[in-house]
Design a protein around this ligand. Structure first.
Ligand code: UD1
Ligand code: CA
Length: 461
């Protein structure tokens, strides 16, 4: 039987107090809805139908930009113009559901639901039962729909908090909202929904009593943890789920042999591919796609975004690295800013207060202190003295600085691009170099020092 997933994501999310549609708020750097879509996709469904409403096309476009193409292609977007309840939302999907499928209903604001839990729910729904529900026992069930069972324990229906009587409010087994049903009977039940309830909504939950009245068995699967069925209604809940999500990721890293000096103080907002025996100090943030190879040590307060870091690299405190490729055995920081397009080859070294951009730095070369190196190609075993900058921008265009193997750039050299320094050449400290320097030459370009005898300093008036 094929699986089709319907994700409800049309709600406004008033309590978020935000202009952004609720399902586009980020968890671990990714929209809530994108988490749910990816989990749904991992179940290999025939189709994913997303019911959207509030936020309109911005939801569609943002999600499409966040998803890999094959997943995006598997999504059918259906607009629910007026939100008349969860039953009404699933009615929108009805024409697109294949009669022979199983339908799994998920929520765009319940981001941490696990694929394994959903798989058990789907498996519970067998040939004799057209419906299975994901439920959970909660010490405090306030706000949730309650599961009604008869004295034999058979599920008879669901009553919403707002429609429940005193006895029903005492029930601790709640409806998570997530369910799995056979498409054909589901379509029939959806047609019979009425909105004669406290909220004047078409409740999806009313189908449960319809099934029970036909004496068909309904199975319930218990969620493993409250976190995976928790929805985001306000920023407080979002912050709570963010912490849970980060803790889960940190635990996975620890189990994979990564050392975290404090698992509570790491944030991963993207895909982190990391090998065992990497050591990560506190307050490190990873964003986008990052790969880190074994033996690398990352100091405190570093931000690493869309980059690859080779083995046995040392990244010292307060270093920012973005869009760069760092080969094995490099040393970077503290306080370095490695901007997009930087490629450090094996054993290269960037020290404190060094900024690089679109720069290739060869094996064993060093830029140790207070430099800006942009649009540059630097060979092997080059030493760039403290305070050296590439003057790569003439106010209109960017130009290249080329420095060949074994060059020694004196401290505080301004390299006015385009310019090329040949192999083994040297520049004198404080030079402004705007002409090419040939192999093994020494270039000095600075005012000559004058020493004036008996100089009288001005006196204070
Ligand atoms: C629903 C369930 C309740 C369950 C709870 C779990 C019903 C009637 N009640 O209640 O039993 O305990 O979820 O959190 O189903 N949505 C739409 N279109 C609509 C209405 C809702 O897309 O017209 C979406 C919302 O964006 C949200 C989800 O459906 O993601 C749930 O809707 P909501 O109104 O929050 O339902 P609850 O009252 O929480
Ligand atoms: Ca809700």
């Amino acid at each position: 039987m094929d699986l089709e997933v319907v994700i409800l994501a049309a709600g406004k999310g008033t309590r978020m107090k935000s202009k952004l549609p609720k399902v586009l708020h980020l968890l671990g750097g990714k929209p809530l809805l994108a988490h749910v879509i990816e989990t749904a996709q991992s179940l290999e469904p025939k189709k994913i139908i997303v019911i959207y409403g509030h936020g309109g096309d911005s939801v569609k476009h943002t999600i499409a930009a966040n998803m890999d193409q094959p997943i995006a292609n598997n999504i059918e977007w259906i607009e629910q113009v007026e939100q008349k309840g969860t039953g009404h939302a699933v009615q929108m999907a009805e024409p697109f559901l294949n009669d022979a499928s199983k339908v799994l209903v998920l929520y765009g604001d319940v981001p941490l639901i696990r694929a394994s839990t959903l798989q058990s729910l789907i498996n519970k729904k067998n040939s004799e039962s057209p419906l299975s529900l994901l439920t959970m026992n909660l010490p405090d069930a306030t706000g949730y729909g309650r599961i009604l069972r008869d004295i034999d324990g058979n599920i008879k229906g669901i009553v919403e908090q707002k429609d429940a009587n005193q006895e029903q409010l005492k029930i601790k087994e709640i409806n998570t909202g997530i369910l799995c049903a056979d498409a054909k009977p589901l379509k029939g039940w959806l047609k019979q929904l009425k909105n004669n309830n406290a909220q004047e909504e078409y409740y999806l939950t009313d189908i449960v009593a319809m099934v029970a009245n036909k004496y068909l068995p309904i199975y319930a699967e218990q969620a493993k943890s409250a976190i995976e069925v928790e929805g985001v209604n306000d920023k407080k809940q979002l912050a709570k789920l963010e912490r849970c999500f980060q803790r889960q990721q940190a635990e996975t890293l620890l189990l994979n042999g990564v050392t975290l000096l404090d698992p509570e103080r790491i944030d991963i907002r993207g895909k982190l591919d990391i090998e065992p025996d990497v050591i990560i100090d506190v307050n490190v943030i990873f964003e986008g796609a990052v790969k880190v190879e074994t033996g690398t040590v990352i100091g405190p307060n570093c931000v690493i975004k869309n980059s690859t870091i080779g083995a046995n690299v040392k990244i010292e405190a307060n270093t920012l690295i973005e869009g760069s490729h760092i080969a094995e055995q490099c040393t970077i920081g503290p306080f370095a800013r490695v901007r997009p397009g930087t490629h450090l080859h094996k054993g290269a070294k960037l020290g404190n207060f060094v900024e690089t951009k679109k720069t290739d730095i060869g094996e064993g070369s060093k830029v140790n202190h207070l430099s800006y190196i942009g649009d540059a190609k630097i060979g092997k075993n080059v030493n760039i003295g403290a305070g050296t900058i590439t003057c790569n921008y003439d106010g209109v265009n960017k130009h290249l600085t080329e420095i060949e193997d074994g060059v020694f750039i004196g401290s505080n050299t301004s390299l006015i691009a385009p310019v090329k320094i040949g192999k083994q050449a040297t520049t004198g400290a404080g030079s402004a170099i705007n002409k090419n320097v040939e192999e093994k030459q020494l270039a000095i370009a600075r005012g000559k020092q004058k020493n004036i005898d008996g100089w009288q300093r001005p006196e204070k008036k």
